[in-house]
Design a protein around this ligand. Structure first.
Ligand SMILES: Nc1ncnc2c1ncn2[C@@H]1O[C@H](COP(=O)(O)OP(=O)(O)O)[C@@H](O)[C@H]1O
Ligand SMILES: O=P(O)(O)OC[C@H]1O[C@](O)(COP(=O)(O)O)[C@@H](O)[C@@H]1O
Ligand SMILES: [Mg+2]
Length: 527
């Protein structure tokens, strides 16, 4: 890779998975020091997309058109008519009458239904990437070709359609919440129920405790506007959550027995993998079922979206812990505050919480390797901070520095690796280090892990949950299945599930946001 010329580069025709050309150039430029880490990153980037890797012949004058067409196909959202071409469509029961805009433009009377109806057209699209990079060397440039040509990547716009593919009286809708908790679950459940009722659906149930609820021993929870009216006022999930559960075939058997033909699945990467498998199994069995996901993860590790619901709230809640750690550290003689925040493989919460608080001196995330000991290690810098500032606060994501901890190979019920406790480890190492030096250090460790996700959604997440919940119902009634809802460049979109879960979204150590975080903390590289 080090001696590769740009012209020979084969880049992956994908969005986020496109190798950072900036990184490629730096690691490829002849004569430059070949940085092993960058090389690994770039190679890794291409390897992880091996399955979808397609080389583009940039000498083909039509490569751009072909790329855009291929993108349109990849981001096509599955529709019931793809599998049941004769499915009848009905006029929507989600009535927008009386919601015609009132303005001087319409002084002569409101436009007719043909001229304005307020529904989303199936051909409406939202632009996925909004920056036109003038050069591959621009910060964060994501380029398809060596010239960083502007390529349009359009995704489907979410919202109510004029035609629906289910008669409300024939619908039995089920809602399920899987994985860990996340602020806003109840808000989404509430909006799904309310919107279903507006369409005219009478049979709405909650499946208790995630996919486990499809086992026979747990009874469905009947849902209505009355039941969900105030659920958003508290955190958690009205329905309960869990990891693990029956296999896909048993889940679909159970759905068939219960007569469920609309399934709303709230969960993260694992849950969505399950939702997509359920969608495919339903197709295989010839069942006319709509499966629609709503991405839930405080880790914010779902691809392509501005953010997932609950993330903002978690960051906000983390401020309390950070502020307490700061006050403790600042009030103690040579005080050190350590705060551990969630983030299995993505450091978004730690990064954003550090940025928001302005009280963090050292932020450690899974994506950025670091040393604890040695001349460039965290401990040496901590010593410097205590000597110059008198106190310091460290914020560490739970998935960071796992290389320092003993591996157990333990898995949770969903198959996720059980992580070692990096917060406790760092706390112990700091104490040991200063004890050996004979210098005082007053270390206070705060682990607010479950507190940041068990709380009620804040206002901005409340709005996000509301819109996502409504759009999930619109998507199902419009006949889409195997899709999820999201916010992209402030617009609401439908995405095919496989595209958003092909790997967990992580913080790009070369991104402007991580650089901003480093600017804010003032921390050096710890390697
Ligand atoms: N690849 C998969 N295929 C089908 N179901 C899965 C898959 N991965 C996880 N699940 C199921 O999804 C649910 C939630 O998964 P988990 O990884 O714990 O949380 P999250 O979806 O929030 O990331 C669990 O019930 C788990 O059994
Ligand atoms: O203790 P639990 O319930 O397994 O949850 C811990 C995990 O939950 C998370 O919040 C992510 O959960 P999800 O994958 O379910 O969204 C991680 O940050 C953390 O590792
Ligand atoms: Mg997950």
């Amino acid at each position: 890779m080090g001696s590769l010329s740009l012209a020979k580069l084969v880049l992956v025709p994908s969005d986020r998975r496109t190798c950072s050309l900036h990184a490629l150039i730096r690691s490829a430029s002849p004569g430059s020091m070949i940085n092993k880490k960058k090389r690994i990153k770039v190679v890794g980037c291409c390897l992880e997309n091996k399955n979808k890797k397609t080389s583009i012949d940039f000498s083909d004058p039509d490569w751009k058109t072909k790329y855009e067409e291929d993108f349109e196909k990849r981001f096509n959202i599955p529709h019931l008519t793809d599998f049941f071409p004769d499915s009848p469509a009905y006029p929507s029961t989600f009535c927008l009458r009386m919601r015609t805009p009132v303005s001087e433009e319409f002084a002569q009377g409101y436009p007719s239904d043909e001229e304005w109806h307020g529904y989303i057209n199936n051909n409406d699209r939202v632009l996925l990437k909004v920056i036109r990079f003038s050069s591959p060397t621009s910060a964060g440039a994501e380029c398809i070709d060596p010239d960083c040509t502007w390529v349009e990547q359009w995704i489907h716009r979410a919202g109510p359609r004029e035609k629906i593919y289910f008669k409300p009286e024939d619908v039995k809708a089920a809602i399920i919440t899987c994985g860990g908790l996340c602020p806003g679950l109840n808000d989404v459940i509430r909006q799904i129920v309310i919107t279903l009722e507006i369409y005219g659906v009478k049979k709405i149930v909650g499946i208790p405790f995630g996919y486990r609820g499809f086992g026979n021993e747990l009874a469905e929870i009947p849902l209505s506007r009355k039941v969900v009216q105030n659920v958003h006022l508290s955190g958690g999930s009205l329905l309960g959550v869990s990891r693990g559960g029956p296999n896909i075939s048993d889940i679909v058997d159970s759905m068939q027995q219960r007569g469920i033909n609309m399934l709303f699945v709230l969960g993260g990467n694992g849950t969505h993998a399950g939702a997509d498998a359920i969608h495919n199994e339903c197709r295989k069995r010839g069942l006319k079922v709509a499966v629609v996901g709503v991405p839930k993860t405080i880790d914010n590790d779902i691809l392509l979206m501005d953010k997932t619901f609950g993330f903002d709230t978690a960051v906000e809640e983390a401020q309390r812990a950070i502020n307490s750690a700061y006050i403790e550290a600042h009030s103690a003689y040579r005080g050190v505050g350590v705060v551990k925040l969630m983030g299995r493989s993505s450091g978004f919460i730690a990064m954003q919480a550090a940025l928001a608080s302005g009280q963090i001196d050292i932020c450690l995330i899974p994506e950025v390797p670091f040393e604890l000991h040695g001349p460039h290690g965290v401990l040496k810098h901590l010593k410097y901070l205590l000597e110059t500032k008198g106190s310091a606060v460290i914020c560490v994501a739970e998935g960071a520095g796992q290389n320092f901890l003993e591996k157990t190979n333990a898995k949770d019920a969903s198959g996720n690796t059980v992580l070692g406790d990096i917060g406790v480890h760092i706390q112990q190492e700091i104490k040991k280090y200063f004890k050996e030096l004979g210098d005082p250090a007053d270390v206070k460790y705060i682990d607010p892990t479950y507190m940041i996700r068990a709380c009620r959604a804040n206002a901005s997440d409340g709005i996000l949950c509301t819109v996502l919940g409504q759009n999930a119902v619109h998507g199902a009634f419009a006949g889409y299945s195997g899709i999820t809802v999201g916010i992209c460049n402030t617009h609401y979109v439908y995405l095919p599930i496989p595209e958003v879960i092909s790997y967990p979204r992580t913080v790009d150590p070369n991104s402007r946001m991580w650089h901003r975080c480093l600017t804010s903390t003032g921390q050096p590289d710890f390697i």
